[in-house]
Design a protein around this ligand. Sequence first.
Ligand SMILES: *Cc1c(COP(=O)(O)O)cnc(C)c1O
Length: 421
Amino acid sequence: MTGPADRDLRRRAEAVIPGGMYGHQSIGLLPDDYPQFFRSGSGAHITDVDGRRYLDFMCAYGPSLFGYVDPGIDAAYVKQLSEGDALTGPGARMVELAEGMVSMVSHADWAMFCKNGTDATTMAMMTARAHTGRKTLVLAKGAYHGAAPWCTPRPGGVIPSDRAHQQSCSYNDIPSLEAAVAAAGDDLAAIFAAPFRHDAFVDQAAPDPAYARRARQLADERGALLVVDDVRAGFRLARDCSWSRIGVSPDLSTWGKCIANGHPLSALLGNDRARTGAASIYVTGSFWFAGAAMAAGIETLKRIRETRYLEHIQDLGETLREGLAERAIAAGFGFRQSGPATMPLFLFDEDPDLRLGFAWSSAMLARGVYVHPWHNMFLCAAMTPADIQQALDAAEGAFADLKASRSSLGPVGKMAFLATR
Ligand SMILES: *Cc1c(COP(=O)(O)O)cnc(C)c1O
């Protein structure tokens, strides 16, 4: 059960918001005791509307990289806001930010800014089609690229022509990639790739360098563009495009979530080959040239370049991973931790309907630690070794609770989303 303020807001939301809530905040995706509504965030913590404070391993589903309400980054935002945000045209911040991104991301020669990751992935699709004069995209099954009709994971309101000209492959499976490219024939516009497999409900997987190289080679052979969708993982694996770690340069990369530490900003970056195509598409938005989020982005990039935030979150993530593994083994659970240490996903063995995952997550929540039972999580630089120790202590208790209640657990609540996948 959530608190009274949360229950009241849920009841009122049901009347004035379709379905009570939508998208990744839809009702029933998380255990029933998870709060829907929050009052505030600070550093690594969030406080729900009933005043309960949690160590937050979701980081707003990615945007919080240096912690919530970061004083330095928010000061840059507020300063620009006080001088003017959305004006009749862009300001100097836009060019400075483009210079900053291009100097940090090795494959990139130019940048375009937008608001959501979906804007950036849609612009990548349009740029590739404009560049090649062709239509077909190769996408990995189960990979998330946003919530526009061409890519949203749910069928409501989507018509077959929205999804035309797409071939699917399996991530890290070279023969399936080759087959999808072959099926595209002489119409291949782009191969899209997640920087690693970070699909919901399944173990995450590192990119096989041979798969990444083959994608690069196939795109080159066909004159198509290679796109790495770094909206989620960008700057949590590298201070560059995530595939720089395996030596593969895309033509386009898409960015969002944390690049302005919680302020609305996303980006499409590209190389000179893709420049003419990118210049030919008409894309824009009323708020795309607003300066405040860009000022926050400039400050965030500076922090990325000048601090050891990445090594810090990697160290914390490894401590968390090792500590959880020990505690799971001691309690006798098959507990799978996948993905990079900075973006972990937890799944239990022998848990097809997620009842163990839901119960364990609820037990963590009751101990003040907000984890997710089926989506990857995120570490942020505001976390400390003491926070990780708190999470490990909570996990020890949560595993003990689960051991005691295991045989009496029923199926989890309204998992309509899972059931209809
Ligand atoms: C979140 C996400 C998107 C979409 O970003 P929005 O800002 O939610 O539109 C695209 N690709 C990936 C990999 C994402 O994680």
